[in-house]
Ligand binder design. Sequence first.
Ligand code: GLU
Length: 443
Amino acid sequence: MTTKFRFAPSPTGYLHVGNARLALINWLMAKKSGGEMILRLDDTDTERSTAEYASAIEEDLRWLGLIWSELKRQSDRSAAYEAAFQTLKEAGRLYPCYETAEELEYCRKRQLARKQPPIYDRAALKLTEAEKAAFEVEGRKPHWRFLLDQSPIRWEDLVRGPVEVDGASMSDPVLIRSDGRPLYHLPSVIDDIDFGITHVIRGEDHVSNTALHIQIFAAMGASVPAFGHIPLLTGPDGGPLSKREGSASLREMRENGIEAMALVSLLARLGTSDNVEICHTLEEITAGFDISHFSRAAAKFDPNELANLNAKLLHGLDWAEVKDRLDLPGAGEDFWLAVRGNLTTLADAKSWWQVVTGPIEPVIEDADFLKTAATLLPEGDITAESWKIWTAAVKEKTGAKGKLLFLPLRLALTGQPHGPEMNNLLPLIGRDHILARLNGKTA
Ligand code: GLU
């Protein structure tokens, strides 16, 4: 069997870390099983869906490297939903209901007051043809509910193991609104059938939807795909994700310098029994990925962990992997190797390039000490050995050692108390700039 997965976001906002995690898991499972993942835009909510969000979703997925085999839009599929509506109606699985939202709310409150579960009482099933006609004359348009089979619904969940939901514990779901538009359930199931989806991997918030969907698949005479429900992400303290923590959009993360591979490395392992480790390619992640390693507990997403992983990833990146992205004309491999260990984001490289090429404002604490040091700078080319030779000479001449020797030189040459190893920076800064800065000049 060839496998087919889908990632089905609604283009009503930018993708966030929780969406990225589901896209990634679907993509990895498709890759691992030699199958494919389609991108399905759930854009039936025409008031909230926008073309801008739809193209942002594509852009964000491309950034992560999660390329889909086909793009489908639910807004193109109304004929298929209309046909399914007719099929289900003819099969006696859809029935018209005329209650207003207020009437339904009133029933719900009454049930709760009587300590009964707030399940739709199927009053509409008992309507006579005359009563229905009377509602129509009144101008009421029906919404359509799916008649659930009130028996246990079971499936073997790829994450949760055996799941059983009692059909009698749920309200018959509304599939079609009174304005004729289908709600989420029907398009989702019909698309999964028509596109030959073999695996539906989505968030745990969809468990009860899955119970409904399994009955709709059966009512349509279609085979039921495999399901897996991934526990949701929480913030580091176990509470809901706050904006600062990770409900931030992928584009915000990207703008803040998060590397796609850092995010992907974390999300592939978060909530599993596997250790988080830096991976440089999606292929590497695919090899070690197994959905059965996901725990049933919610996973904590910690932005600090992501930031640390991001830095660690940058520290190990080769020049070839960054040279096209650095956008610092003149910068070469020696510069990258000198500074990469000091980066939190790739954009930080820019400030070190400024230190190397100038101008910077030197920080001068003891002008005489620096003037003496300037006279001792080794002749000839400044190389990776120069710093050692130079500081040994300065130490011998002035008696300064340790921090008292190194810090004033670093402050004068870089304007900062911390940074990359000076032996690597020195050749990049070059003799002219070194001498100028030691003399207190902006250079
Ligand atoms: N658009 C739905 C969501 O984002 C899709 C759920 C599903 O995967 O079926 O929750």
